[in-house]
Write a protein that binds this ligand. Sequence first.
Ligand code: ASP
Length: 294
Amino acid sequence: MSYRIICHGGASRVRETSKEKQEVVQFASDIGARVMKEGGSAVDAVVEAISSMENSPLCNAGTGSFLQMDGQVRMDACLMDQDLRVGAVIQISDVKNPIRVARTLLKQGANSILAGEHATQFARITGHSSWDPRTENRVTFWMSQWQKFQNTDPAKILRQVRAELADELQLGTVGAVAQDESGKLAAGTSTGGLKLVMPGRVGDVPLVGCGTYCNQVAGVSCTGTGEKIIRAVLAKTVCGALEFGMNLDQALDLGMERMEQVRGWAGLIMITQDGQISSRHNTQAMVTAVREEA
Ligand code: ASP
């Protein structure tokens, strides 16, 4: 029996990453491995691993997602398998596990990506119950930032807040890539986005080929500054490089070169069809965990 999974809990520009966060990501990879050990698919493993990280208030996904400027949580998630099937939600709110809604979309096959209140409505009618993902910590942080800028021009607030936060990029987006016993790959990513962004801001995560991609050659999940990852089309750039003959190191180098070109911070995890597990980041740190049964 052979299967493997790699999970990430986000890139960070601060080297020190908490032991608790490492445990959450390790636990997620254990869950994903157990799913495959019991005969589940790579898609099932990715969904269960990501759901467990979405349930941790330490991660910026599901419960514990960052609040946008208006104090609301809007989340993005994407799931893809090696047969190029996709399910994604953009700016969904009021659900516990955005990745599970993405899976419902992937399985259903008719509409693979839904956005905003329609994504939330879809979640409700397909049995995903209502859930407020805000935590006390995140609300307190939002209030401390927001109150500083009361009665200030919104454009100025945005510039100031973003400039202050740019230097302390501590993300917490989550992702997983798995390969099951039959050799099939799947990749997924879930996020609350960046701190205090404009309501409705969409990052790389739910955009196919940007934060998440999977084909017969490899599966990739990214983390980092979404606006820059989108410009680098990072996940597809790396998968495409492998597809067109580069080796793993060259493909990862190319991905990081693209990030340099757009001056962006990013990290990624991946598994190739021949079972190589890898990760790369140009940030100080990225929390990852691997489980493999070779
Ligand atoms: N890439 C995510 C976004 O920009 C953030 C992250 O990776 O933590 O929405």
